[in-house]
Design a protein around this ligand. Structure first.
Ligand code: EPZ
Length: 422
């Protein structure tokens, strides 16, 4: 297994190109199951999660040709079976995104329950209830969701008790081929959900309410879609991670290829802390702060502060003057990075789902362990400012969602090496 060795204390400078969004790419790949034609998807991030879902789609019968590390041609006209096996699904819970398309197109499928992960139980009950509302009969057999809809799915009103990103995406894709109209109430409105709506719309699906929390979809009654070439939107979470890198090292760096409006919650929080942010077109720059003030964060659904940047801002809080508080409202166990940050000398106390971070503590390099994708990026950020060397182990978590991370950081002046465990 690989690990990262970071030598702290370097200021950063220069530009970093932001990759395509993993969390937009995954539902777009799953939506290929709804299409009869060859689909070209560009600006895909070269990350493990995308490769895992591509492997699952090939296992189902999709034909995939990688024309570059960031572009694929995919044809799902000849699907040979509808079982999403545990061995692939266990590697990435977002594999649940094949449930809606397979059920809508074939009237049956078996999808392994994804299981929990480090940040929480991550149930899929809302996905299942929505499919049942659309006419599916679902049982859980041997760790698999076994779904049948012999008469096809029918449009229905789906009211989500909780806002769920992949739940909304699953229903959107199921509704695209269902008979009649589906209304999704309390829908997620993350940019990644919006891009999926636009992809389905350009493939001929009538969708209204895009960008709001009430979506209305008129299904094709089983007629397969014909999608146009797709360019994946930039990754706002990767962008936010690099903005935190500039902030924690108090440097001037610029991000290329972003959509600044997707980063408004992050930019305004950084300005509140004391940084200057400048945007021009698809470029966004952060400038050093004279004084970095403590802050408060409560994670909420888009357009609020994203839970996927909570860990990164916690690392930043160790360098801000005063006590910051971070309340995690989406996941029940998304503080796995706290104990690792404490190993580096951070002063953090937890009370339930609220973390209190007392800043201005110097951090000192140590061996730490990545536990989940975003927690591991927080450890990289802390390593950038910790005195001495920090070794981050189990970085397969990082490789799931960050493309060429050490290459991008080194280009900004960081001292990061990827080494092999002895
Ligand atoms: C998506 O996960 C993202 N993943 C996550 O990013 C992100 O943290 C999350 O949305 C919240 O923004 C992808 O898009 C692939 P949810 P998702 O369903 O859809 C509860 C990353 O680091 N819930 O919006 O799985 C759930 O437990 C990943 O890139 C149910 O109770 O999250 C959570 O408390 C991590 N039942 C809340 O809803 C369900 O059936 C929001 O979860 C579904 C969800």
């Amino acid at each position: 297994m690989d690990y990262l060795e970071i030598t702290g204390g370097q200021a950063l400078a220069g530009k970093v190109k932001i990759s395509g969004a993993k969390n937009a790419a995954l539902p777009i790949l799953a939506s290929a199951l709804l299409c009869e034609n060859l689909l070209k998807i560009s600006n895909l991030p070269d990350v493990a999660d995308v490769k895992t879902l591509a492997k699952l789609l090939e296992h189902l019968g999709s034909e995939i040709e990688w024309t570059s590390p960031n572009e694929m041609l995919i044809c799902s006209s000849r699907i040979i079976h509808t079982k999403a096996i545990y061995d692939i699904v266990r590697k990435m819970r977002a594999s649940i995104l094949v449930l809606g398309p397979l059920l809508a197109r074939f009237g049956k499928c078996e999808v392994s329950l994804p299981g929990g992960c480090a940040i929480g139980a991550r149930p899929v009950d809302l996905h299942i209830k929505a499919m049942e509302k659309m006419g599916a009969e679902i049982t859980i057999e041997g760790g698999y969701i076994v779904a049948r809809a012999p008469r096809g799915l029918k449009g229905s009103d789906i009211i989500f008790d909780k806002i769920t990103v992949t739940g909304t995406e699953n229903v959107l894709m199921a509704a695209a081929l269902a008979k009649g109209e589906t209304k999704i109430i309390n829908a997620a409105k993350e940019p990644e959900v919006i891009q999926l709506c636009e992809v389905l719309k350009q493939a001929g699906v009538e969708i209204t309410g895009i960008g709001s929390n009430e979506l209305c979809v008129r299904g094709s009654d089983g007629v397969l879609l014909r999608s146009e070439p797709i360019c994946v939107i930039p990754d706002r979470i990767e962008a936010g991670t690099y903005l935190c890198a500039g902030a924690i090292t108090n440097s001037h760096i610029s991000l290329q290829g972003v959509i600044p409006t997707h980063l408004e919650a992050i930019s305004s929080k950084l300005q509140e802390i004391g940084f200057h942010i400048h945007t021009q077109g698809d470029m966004l720059e952060i400038f050093p702060a004279n004084k970095r003030k403590a802050f408060e964060i409560i994670t909420t659904e888009y357009p609020g502060f994203p839970t996927d940047l909570q860990a990164q801002f916690m690392a930043l809080a160790t360098q801000c003057e005063g006590s910051s508080t971070i309340e995690e409202r989406l996941f029940e166990n998304r503080f796995m990075h706290v104990s690792e940050l404490q190993r580096l000398g951070a002063d953090i106390s937890l009370r339930g789902n609220v973390a209190k971070i007392t800043g201005r503590e110097k951090l000192f390099g140590a061996d730490v362990m990545a536990t989940d994708l975003r927690a591991s990026s927080a450890l990289v950020l802390a390593g950038l400012v910790a005195t001495g060397q920090t070794q981050i182990h189990r970085i397969y978590h990082l490789d799931r969602g960050y493309e060429r991370l050490e290459e991008k950081f080194c280009a900004l002046g960081a001292q990061i090496k990827r080494l092999r465990e002895k």
